[in-house]
Design a protein around this ligand. Structure first.
Ligand code: ADP
Ligand code: MG
Length: 402
C-alpha cells in the first residue's frame, strides 16, 4: 500500500527489519539463561524468532490486512513468550506495554484497536496468573497497582500518538488527492482548449462562405433560408466553444458578478423541467434562502445544469430530484439529492476524470467542467452516494453579502 510507495521506504523497511532480526537473534544467543539447555521454552523462543522474522521479511510482498493481523499476533506471542520464559528480566514488561505501537507503524486503525484490546485482555490474564499461581515476578507483586497504572498510562500515550499520526496521515492523503485532481484538470483543460481552438477555425471559414452565398442572387429564397439555419447552428456551436475555452483557460478573465442563487436555481430548474419530463422526473426546488455568491452567472448556471442533469439521468422513472439551498457558516450550500442508481467509492473518485462516463451517450466532460468552475471561485463539490439508493451532491461556495 501507500507506505511502500517509494523505493526509499522499502529500503528503510528492510534495513530496520534486519536490525530487529539481528537483535532478536542476539537475545537468543548471548547471555540467555536458557542457552545450551535446549529445553521446550528455548525451542519455542527460537521458533517464534524464526516465524516473526519470516513474517517481517515477507510483508512487503503480501501487504494485506490479514498478513498484518498475523504479524501483530505473532509479535504479541513473541513478547509474551519472552515475559514468561525469562521472569527475572523485568524489562520484558515494557515490551508488553508497547505492543500496540507496532500497529501504528502499519497505518491500520482497525488493527490498532484490535491490538490494544488484545493486549489489555492478555495483560489482565497475565497479571491475574502471576498473582495467583506464580512464584516469580517480585517487581510486579510488590507494586501491582503501580504496574497496572503504568500499563494504562502507556496505553493512553500510545493511543495519543496513534490519534495524532492518524490525523496527519489522513490530511496528507487528502492533500495528495487534491493535487492529483488539480493536475488532471490542468492537463485536460489545456488539451480541451487546444481542440476547441482548432475546431473554431474551420467553423469560421464555413460560416464565412455561407454568409457569402446568402447574399448571392444565384440561390433561391428557399435555399437561402436553409443557409440562415446553418449559420444559426454554427453560431450556437461557436458560442459553446467560446464558453468552453473561457473555462478551460483559467487565466482568461470572465466577469465576476453577484449571482442571486434564488434566481439562478429557478431558471435552471425551469430549463431542465422538460428534460426531466422525458422520464417522468420532477425537479423539486425546496427551501431556497436568499443567498448570493461571487461568480460568473453563465458558468455557475453551467455547473448547476451539469449536476442536476446527472441527477435526472441517474434517477429511475418517476423519481424526483430535490434541490435545496441555504447558508452555512459563511458558505452557501446547494444540495442536489437523487434516489437513482448511486455510485461506488471508486466511481466517485473517478468523477472529474475527462471522458469518464458510464452512460452510452455520455461525454464524461460534465463533472470535469464543474470541478473547474468550482475551483475557480473557491467552491467545492462533494458526493455522498450509496449504490442503488441515490446520491447527494453538496456544492459549497463562499457566501457574498448583498
Ligand atoms: P456524463 O454525464 O457525460 O456521463 P459526467 O462527467 O457529467 O459525464 O458524469 C460522469 C459519470 O459520473 C456519469 O457517467 C455517471 O456514471 C456518474 N454520475 C454523475 N452524477 C451522478 C449521480 N448523481 N448519480 C449516479 N452517477 C452519477
Ligand atoms: Mg453529465
Amino acid at each position: 500500500m501507500k507506505e511502500f510507495y517509494t523505493h526509499v521506504n522499502k529500503k528503510l523497511y528492510y534495513f530496520t527489519v534486519v536490525i530487529v532480526i539481528a537483535i532478536m537473534i542476539i537475545g537468543l544467543l548471548m547471555g540467555n539463561p536458557r542457552f545450551g539447555k535446549f529445553d521446550v521454552g528455548y525451542i519455542f523462543h527460537t521458533g517464534l524468532v524464526i516465524i516473526l522474522s519470516a513474517c517481517l521479511l515477507l510483508y512487503p510482498k503480501y501487504i494485506t490486512h490479514v498478513f498484518r493481523l498475523i504479524i501483530i499476533t505473532v509479535a504479541s506471542a513473541y513478547f509474551y513468550a519472552l515475559f514468561f520464559l525469562y521472569p527475572d528480566t523485568w524489562s520484558t514488561f515494557i515490551f508488553l506495554c508497547f505492543i500496540p505501537a507496532i500497529a501504528i507503524l502499519f497505518f491500520d486503525s482497525k488493527l490498532f484497536y484490535f491490538s490494544i484490546l488484545l493486549n489489555s485482555v492478555a495483560i489482565m490474564f497475565t497479571l491475574s496468573y502471576i498473582m495467583l499461581f506464580d512464584n516469580g515476578y517480585p517487581y510486579i507483586k510488590q507494586d501491582l497497582i503501580g504496574n497496572v497504572i503504568n500499563f494504562i498510562g502507556s496505553q493512553v500515550i500510545i493511543y495519543f500518538i496513534f490519534y495524532l499520526s492518524q490525523g496527519r496521515i489522513k490530511k496528507q492523503l487528502l492533500y495528495y488527492e487534491q493535487i492529483q485532481q488539480a493536475e488532471r484538470l490542468k492537463t485536460t483543460g489545456q488539451l480541451a482548449a487546444a481542440v476547441a481552438h482548432e475546431i473554431r477555425n474551420p467553423l469560421t471559414v464555413v460560416k464565412g462562405f455561407l454568409q457569402l452565398y446568402q447574399k448571392d442572387a444565384g440561390f433561391s429564397e428557399d435555399i437561402k433560408g436553409k443557409f440562415t439555419l446553418m449559420i444559426d447552428e454554427l453560431n450556437i456551436a461557436e458560442q459553446v466553444i467560446t464558453q468552453f475555452l473561457s473555462i478551460a483557460k483559467p487565466n482568461k478573465e470572465t466577469e465576476i458578478e453577484t449571482v442571486n442563487l434564488k434566481v439562478v436555481l429557478q431558471s435552471v430548474t425551469d430549463l431542465l423541467h422538460s428534460y426531466g419530463l422525458l422520464h417522468d422526473n420532477k425537479i423539486e426546488l425546496i427551501r431556497v434562502e436568499d443567498c448570493y455568491i461571487a461568480a460568473n452567472n453563465i458558468e455557475f448556471k453551467q455547473l448547476l445544469i451539469n449536476i442536476i442533469k446527472n441527477a435526472i439521468e441517474a434517477s429511475k422513472i418517476g423519481d424526483s430530484v430535490i434541490v435545496s439551498a441555504g447558508r452555512n457558516k459563511g458558505f452557501v450550500e446547494i444540495r442536489v439529492v437523487d434516489f437513482g442508481q448511486g455510485m461506488s467509492e471508486a466511481e466517485i473518485k473517478s468523477l472529474g476524470t475527462p471522458f469518464y462516463s458510464l452512460k452510452s451517450k455520455g461525454t464524461g466532460l460534465g463533472m470535469m467542467i464543474c470541478y473547474n468552475i468550482a475551483a475557480k471561485y473557491k467552491g467545492t463539490i462533494d458526493f455522498e452516494s450509496t449504490k442503488g439508493e441515490g446520491t447527494t451532491v453538496t456544492i459549497r461556495f463562499p457566501s457574498k453579502n448583498y
